[in-house]
Each structure stands twice: as C-alpha cells, then as structure tokens.
Design a protein around this ligand. Structure first.
Ligand code: 9YT
Length: 131
C-alpha cells in the first residue's frame, strides 16, 4: 500500500510550479499503478493552453472555479467543484482559473514520469522522447 500526504509531498520535488499553475504529483510512473495522480492548482485569472498528445487525462474539480475551452469545437465549459472533464481525444484546450484558484485532481494514462517538461505546443513528450 502507498500512503502519501499532499501537505508533505508539496515540500518535496513532487511539487512542480510554472507561471500559471503548480502541481503535486502524488503518484508517478515508478509507483507502477499504470497511471499518475496529481493535485494541480490553476491560478485565479490565468489562462494556459495544453495539448497532451501522448496522454489521456481526466480531471475532477475539488474547489475553486474556472473554465475549459475545447479548441477543436470552440466550446467553453464552466468548471466548479463536482465537475469532471476527460481528454479522451487528446483534446487541445485552454484552461482558465476563475475568481479563485482552482484545485484539480488529475489522472494521466500513461503515467507521467516526473521528468517531462511542457513543450512549446503544450504537450508532454512521450516517454521515449522525454528529457
Ligand atoms: C489540469 C492539468 O492539466 N494538470 C496537469 C498536471 C500538471 N500539468 C502536472 O502535474 O504536470
């Protein structure tokens, strides 16, 4: 069994931060679960484009508010606690923080290794290309 405390994990290199977001990786590839599990905070008022071309991701909003725009359709969906979205088509999207920071629980398949960097196009490289 693996038991980890977010409040401890965020003091370690499991926490990664970029301009508009930070993320604590509670499970990574080397935990051998077949997925990774992250608690991601999207800053209030921020806007970021992501495109996980090589991963599926599902996301559940724990607190805060924001929105997601599907760049294939132009459709925007409000995100609030209780809402889940799943990027089942590797959907290119814009994620926005709302009035408050948005706290999201995220699962990636295949699992993130922890060494990926967001590339210019908003993707993470497949593991074979990871730095
Ligand atoms: C909301 C979202 O896409 N989270 C992704 C996880 C985060 N970018 C990370 O841990 O790298």
């Amino acid at each position: 069994m693996i038991v980890r405390d977010f409040h401890e994990a965020k003091k370690t290199d499991r926490r990664v931060a970029a301009g508009n977001w930070e993320s604590v990786r509670l499970l990574l590839k080397d935990d051998n679960m077949g997925f990774s599990f992250h608690i991601t905070t999207i800053k209030a008022g921020s806007e970021s484009q992501f495109h996980y071309k090589h991963h599926f991701e599902s996301v559940y909003c724990v607190s805060g508010d924001g929105s997601i725009t599907d760049l294939a359709t132009g459709e925007t969906h409000e995100i609030r606690p209780g809402v889940m979205y799943a990027l089942d088509k590797h959907d290119k999207h814009i994620l926005r923080g709302g009035k408050e920071d948005m706290i999201l629980a995220c699962v990636f398949n295949p699992p993130v290794t922890g060494n990926e960097v967001h590339r210019e196009d908003g993707s993470y490289a497949p593991e074979s290309e990871a730095v």
